[in-house]
Design a protein around this ligand. Structure first.
Ligand code: FMN
Length: 195
């Protein structure tokens, strides 16, 4: 890989929180800015708060008349070379909004490199989410990237525009996290002719 993929990959950031006054979205903004400014990838935030999907009733493949939003979301996941999921921790798990869209798609998750950023307002950075979220993504055959990005004390760590605001700059963790995602994307691209 020589540090850089052959061409710039396309990364979708799923911002999972739809809570009033949410704070984890700051981390999605941070990644968007980081990827753009460092010219590492084409990037788009898939904001579940904007999509406002209804509760899951059936997988996209089985929906008779899926909404334009559902089709749009699915196409963006499908066309992304890799995904970053930014999720808060709610009662030790990930939010229903995120389960809603994991279950919505089927083959689109298969072999998709997915990196997980977990967020909380406490000291543990939402890391308890990983057990359930990684298991769901494994079941649906996504490739979860084995690098963690934990954001503790999110209200102090990032400002509203997604700039690191606390003592911790996140620079080193970000570099390692993104490098690992890009590595997985590159590895997958080299396997495209493999049957
Ligand atoms: C319903 C609910 C449950 C929560 N459970 C946890 C938890 O188990 N562990 C934790 O560290 N923080 C927990 N928190 C605090 C969240 O990590 C914090 O509110 C964070 O900002 C959530 O992300 P959001 O603002 O994007 O919704 C909880 C918050 C809510 C609203």
């Amino acid at each position: 890989m020589n540090g850089k993929p052959a061409s710039k990959p396309n990364i979708a950031i799923i911002s999972a929180s739809i809570r009033n006054g949410r704070q984890s979205h700051r981390v999605a903004l941070y990644f968007q800015k980081h990827l753009k400014e460092n010219k590492l990838a084409g990037v788009e935030i898939l904001d579940l708060n904007k999509y406002k999907f209804p509760l899951f009733e059936e997988r996209l493949n089985y929906l008779k008349s899926p909404s334009a939003d559902v089709i749009d979301f699915a196409q963006k996941v499908r066309s992304a070379d890799g995904i970053i999921i930014v999720t808060p921790e709610y009662n030790g798990g990930y939010p229903a909004s995120l389960k809603n869209v994991i279950d919505l798609l089927t083959d689109d998750w298969s072999h998709k490199p997915v990196a997980l950023a977990t967020v909380s307002d406490g000291i543990f950075g939402g890391s308890q989410v990983l057990t359930s979220l990684q298991f769901s993504l494994w079941k649906i055959r996504a490739w979860t990237v084995p690098a963690m990005f934990r954001v503790p004390n999110v209200d102090e760590s990032f400002d509203k525009n997604g700039n690191p605001a606390g003592k911790h700059t996140f620079a080193k963790t970000t570099a390692g996290f993104i490098k690992e995602l890009l590595w997985c994307i590159e590895a997958k691209s080299r396997m495209k002719d493999f049957k």
